[in-house]
Design a protein around this ligand. Structure first.
Ligand code: SAH
Length: 368
């Protein structure tokens, strides 16, 4: 059966027939999470058998470094007796498992203080997370939103924001027009330009991407940090101002985002300056974004690598070397992936960032 007949494609077509071409964001929502047949709820995205490999699935060292950064912040906040640990889009649960394992070993009173909330759209992945985190079952909860105020917030999000829907606007001679998705018998799904619209702000370049859902998350995270303090670590690849970053990913390569709806991961690069100003508007302080490679090195990943390598078999040692290179090398994930840290207004600069990496501070220009 052709994918044109998939539940996602059928619904997208019906919506377009009823009301005309739809924003890319609407299509992303349908394709990624809205239906039981949507990508994250029906497919197996992760690992060499899946469509892409993420940092925590490459090596435990990634999650261990983030775990130490969070624990360090908690320590320097005076070790508050109860905290929220939240992960957005935990996938198969590998990152959270590494964080909780390190806290158990290196900061048991932090683990004891933590209530864990997992924000996950897919029932199937919630079940996988439950299995991966079975050792900590009594402190886990799943939710669609951040827990309410009152406790310091420690939050991690790896490759979550890139899965959130974006709208695209294109500069034309007549003015800004939205890039929309249409469907016809002859052409299937295809892009068209909508009527001239007033863009919500005047962006640089000839193309502007806007993710309302990302802004909403950034705003809520900023609000919580401003009220309760803590640390949020957001890791993802960035979009480039003026360029389209909307894409499909399947089988470890690029795929046409308008073909095989529901079978392909639809994603877009993250607009870090927009996240920063949204969270900043709520009173949070931003650091970075900096390259994942330099961030992990600043946190001591090379020392951890040497420790693990010292007791590894030759085969394991080769794997550790390859993982370190993949996570940190500028030619691999080290530069493409960026780390943004957000803290409360009265918290110290987080580990891995120098004070002058505070975004928008007077001493330093924005670090990008
Ligand atoms: N952090 C994991 C997985 C990244 S993939 C890792 O690094 O391996 C994106 C994750 O976000 C998946 O778990 C997906 O199901 C989830 N997700 C995507 N869109 C979502 C949404 N709108 N709400 C909640 N979870 C979402």
């Amino acid at each position: 059966m052709s994918r044109e007949g998939s539940a996602v494609a059928v619904l997208a077509r019906k919506v377009i027939e009823a009301q005309g071409p739809i924003p890319i964001a609407a299509l992303m929502r349908l394709a990624n999470t809205a239906l039981p047949e949507s990508y994250y709820r029906a497919q197996q995205p992760f690992g060499t058998q899946g469509d892409f490999v993420t940092a925590p699935e490459i090596s435990q060292m990634f999650g261990e470094m983030l775990a130490l950064a969070l624990a360090d912040q908690w320590q320097r906040m005076g070790a508050p007796a109860s905290v929220d640990l939240v992960e957005l889009g935990p996938g198969r649960g590998a990152l959270m498992a590494d964080v909780l394992r390190i806290w158990q070993r290196a900061a048991p009173s932090l683990l004891a203080a933590a209530r864990v909330t997992l924000v996950e759209a897919s029932e199937r992945l919630r079940a996988e997370q439950k299995r991966a985190l079975a050792a900590h079952a009594d402190r886990l909860a799943w939710s669609d939103r951040l827990p309410g105020n009152g406790r310091p917030l420690f939050l991690i999000a790896n490759e979550f924001f890139d899965a959130l829907p974006v709208r695209q606007f294109v500069r034309t001679a007549e003015g800004w027009r939205e890039r929309l998705v249409n469907w016809s018998e002859a052409r299937g799904f295809h892009e068209v330009l909508g009527p001239v619209t007033r863009a919500m702000e005047e962006p640089e370049g000839d193309l502007w991407e806007h993710s309302a859902e990302s802004m909403d998350w950034a705003s809520r995270i900023g609000e919580r940090l401003a009220a309760d303090g803590g640390l949020a670590l957001i890791v993802d690849y960035a979009n480039r101002p003026g360029e389209s970053s909307f894409r499909g990913i399947a089988r470890h390569g690029k795929a046409d985002p308008l073909v095989d709806l529901g079978a392909v991961d639809l994603s877009a690069g993250v607009d870090f300056p927009a996240l920063t100003s949204e969270a900043g508007g709520q009173g949070a302080i931003a650091y970075g974004p900096v390259g994942q490679g330099s961030y992990l090195r600043a946190l001591g990943i090379q020392t951890r690598h040497a420790q693990l390598a010292a007791r590894a078999t030759p085969g394991q040692r080769r794997e550790l070397d390859a993982a370190l290179e993949r996570l940190t090398d500028a030619q691999a994930m080290g530069e493409e992936f960026r780390v943004l840290a957000l803290t409360g207004p009265y918290n110290p600069p987080p580990a891995g960032f120098a004070a002058q990496e505070q975004t928008g501070s007077e001493e330093a220009p924005q670090c990008s």
